[in-house]
Design a protein around this ligand. Structure first.
Ligand SMILES: [Zn+2]
Length: 486
């Protein structure tokens, strides 16, 4: 039975979709990016988490509609476009493309629909109009605002109605004429030169919070199952969404389960360009393989804070190497014998994995289950208690886990050719980084004609269990086994 922690109730609850009769349909909405810059590894964390969650729900037989918005009109976009002297729409499209490229590199492919704010202006205007009619909205000089004092439940998600340090404070709408300090903007009147749309209240553009409810109303209706996002969006953003939608519909709750991801810090501090610890997904992937980032994320519970630092990265890589080496060994198993012991291990592991994931998507526990399987499997191999059928059984099990986790668990290759794009190839290679560094060093010696030194390194590599052969394309590396010659 799947349980998940609901921010609304601050409790773990049994997951029951809103309309259980309707072929187990689950509507999931996650706040998307504001496309004005490259996405960073904090964004990646949230989207990796919800990718795993969507995939696990599907694995459990739910028919998941995963919707994500893209904020393509916003103060930040207008400001950045001005700096770059390009139209805001172009900037937004460019960074949307880059974001989707990043998602593709990370193999995040569970989103059913990406919905742009600017393609839902009609729906946004309709929501503002209804809020007006019901007395929740008022007009002042620079736009239409929401009067939070009119909505009795304001603060029920965050348990507060004023800002705190962790909030995404850059998004507070400041205007002197506001009725209450916390009132937020629904429709901003356009200033000269800014993108604008016609509305019954005047030319302008949507406030930030209204696009989400306009989009979810269009695809899901007044109420739906799960809303996700990073925890700094709880207030005021998600609080505002509830205020908008529940005021319009008169129905509650707008969302049955609210799921929030914890923060990702770098070197113990919040990521900030001014601190020089700002890591974009793009930059991370220049040095590391996508699976390192994904594995780092799922090794931690989605609600816990994660700190990114060198030590954690190297530990993550070591664990991946352990899994990869185990996969290589499994693929080498040739004997025909089938052992009940392995069969039992497979059944036990499968159950433990499911129990971990059913417990509020406890991926760290699921990873521990996998590493335990690696340990036990290795010792069975050492005792010659693993036949090829058994090994295939484990490989299939890991493949199933990977349908959810998406870290290429079973794709370990047994050889690689390092081509001219040395760096790029290295990151895809699942064997120890140390070997790759040595191969790189040897290549440098060869370029300088220092053949003796190059040979010394080749011998060193062989001692460590790997072979290097120079091919036309570049050096080819393979695990060294007896009788294994190029
Ligand atoms: Zn949002």
């Amino acid at each position: 039975m799947l349980k998940l922690y609901n921010t609304l109730s601050r409790k773990k609850e049994v997951f029951r979709p809103r309309r259980p009769g309707k072929v187990r349909k689950v509507n999931l909405f996650v706040c998307g990016i504001t496309s004005y810059d490259f996405s960073h590894i904090g964004h990646a964390r949230t989207y990796i988490v919800f990718d795993v969650i969507a995939k696990y729900l599907r694995e459990k037989g739910f028919d998941v509609f995963y919707l994500q918005n893209i904020t393509d009109i916003d103060d930040k976009i207008i400001k950045r476009a001005k700096e770059k002297k390009i139209p805001p729409q172009k900037l937004a499209r460019d960074f949307e493309k880059e974001y989707l490229k990043d998602m593709k590199s990370l193999k995040i492919d569970s989103v059913t629909k990406y919905a742009r704010a600017t393609e839902h202006i009609k729906e946004i205007i309709s929501q503002v109009e209804r809020l007006f009619k019901k007395g929740y909205a008022y007009k002042i000089e620079d736009g239409i605002y929401y009067d939070i004092s009119k909505f009795r439940d304001y603060g029920k998600l965050s348990k507060r109605s004023v800002l705190q340090a962790e909030d995404a404070v850059s998004r507070i709408d400041e205007a002197k004429e506001k009725r209450n300090k916390g009132d937020f903007c629904l429709w901003k009147f356009s200033k000269p030169g800014e993108p604008k749309w016609q509305s019954p209240f005047g030319w302008g553009r949507p406030g930030w919070h209204i696009e989400d409810t306009a989009i979810t109303e269009k695809y899901f209706g007044y109420q739906y199952d799960i809303h996700g996002g990073a925890r700094d969006l709880i207030f005021p953003h998600h609080e505002a969404e509830i205020a908008q939608m529940e005021a319009i519909s008169g129905r509650k709750p707008m969302v049955k389960y609210w799921l929030h991801t914890g923060f990702l810090t770098v070197g113990g501090q919040k990521m900030a360009k001014s601190l020089g610890n700002f890591i974009t997904i793009r930059d991370f992937l220049k040095e590391n393989s996508p699976r390192v980032l994904k594995f780092l994320v799922i090794k931690n519970h989605y609600r816990s804070p994660v700190d990114y630092n060198e030590k954690i990265i190297s530990q993550t890589k070591k664990e991946l190497e352990r899994i990869d080496e185990f996969i290589s060994k499994l693929k080498e198993q040739k004997t025909k014998n089938k052992k009940q012991e392995v069969k039992n291990l497979i059944l036990k592991t499968e159950k433990e994995f499911k129990n971990a994931m059913d417990d509020d998507f406890n991926t760290p526990k699921a990873v521990a289950v996998i590493l335990n399987l690696v340990n036990k499997g290795n010792s069975l191999i050492a005792k010659n208690k693993m036949g090829s059928k058994n090994a295939n059984g484990i490989l299939n099990l890991l493949k199933n886990f990977d349908e959810v986790l998406g870290i290429n668990l079973t794709k370990a290759r047994d050889s690689i050719t390092i081509t001219k794009t040395l760096k790029y190839e290295i990151k895809k290679f699942p064997f120890p980084q140390e070997i790759l560094n040595l191969v790189k060093e040897r290549e440098n010696y060869r370029k300088e004609g220092l053949w003796q030194k190059a040979d010394e390194i080749r011998r060193k590599i062989k001692k460590m269990g790997y072979l290097v052969q120079d091919t036309k394309k570049g050096p080819k590396i393979k695990k060294y086994e007896r009788g294994n010659c190029f």
